[in-house]
Design a protein around this ligand. Structure first.
Ligand code: IMP
Ligand code: MG
Length: 174
């Protein structure tokens, strides 16, 4: 790993602050219920752990393995389930937890999947909202940070499986 290619965009401290704030907003919005948090693997694993602890109402935790093919230039971007959801969300208020929403294709797929599982409501919390390449309309209800552009790594996000463990968010100069 060559650290010189990484430019810090968000520090560990800035991340902790934004996650705490978003957790408080979510706790308020779901004050009368239980939040069924569904994390999209693998990228969301670190954010999920921090966000769950920033939420003060009862939560249940589930993970969904998803592999995205939305990156190629062909517009028929699709995704496949690599691990079935391990939480019964029928009748539940689901909060999808994503590391980053880019084109929106992965999120669109997850939304359809969760509705087919009988969720009562489905909202979305993304750690990063990157809008420059959005190709389908998706609603991101909660976002910790909006990032204009670039390829980002750290805090769960990878490049070819590297850099996920970094505590900050870095712009990877390729
Ligand atoms: P989308 O389907 O284009 O919205 O892409 C969503 C997925 O692509 C995310 O869950 C990430 O795994 C990956 N991704 C998109 N942008 C980035 C990035 O800047 N860094 C790392 N992974 C990314
Ligand atoms: Mg991902």
């Amino acid at each position: 790993m060559r650290m010189s290619e990484l430019i810090e965009v968000l520090s560990k401290e800035e991340i902790a602050k934004s996650v705490t704030e978003v957790g408080a907003v979510i706790s308020h919005d779901y004050r009368n219920g239980t939040v069924a948090m569904v994390g999209a693997l693998k990228g969301a694993f670190i954010f999920m752990a921090d966000l769950a602890r920033a939420i003060t109402v009862p939560v249940q935790i589930g993970f969904l393995g998803i592999s995205s093919y939305g990156k190629s230039s062909e517009s028929s971007g699709t995704a496949t389930i690599t691990k079935e959801l391990d939480l019964d969300v029928a009748g539940m208020d689901v909060l999808v937890v994503e590391d980053i929403v880019d084109t929106g294709l992965t999120l669109g797929f997850i939304m359809d999947y969760l509705k087919s599982k009988g969720a009562r409501s489905v909202k979305v919390c993304a750690f990063l909202n990157k809008k420059e390449r959005r190709s389908i309309e998706v609603q991101v209800d909660y976002a910790c940070h909006t990032i204009p552009e670039g390829f980002l790594v750290g805090y769960g996000l990878d490049y070819a499986e590297d850099y996920r463990h970094l505590p900050g968010i870095y712009h990877l100069k390729m």
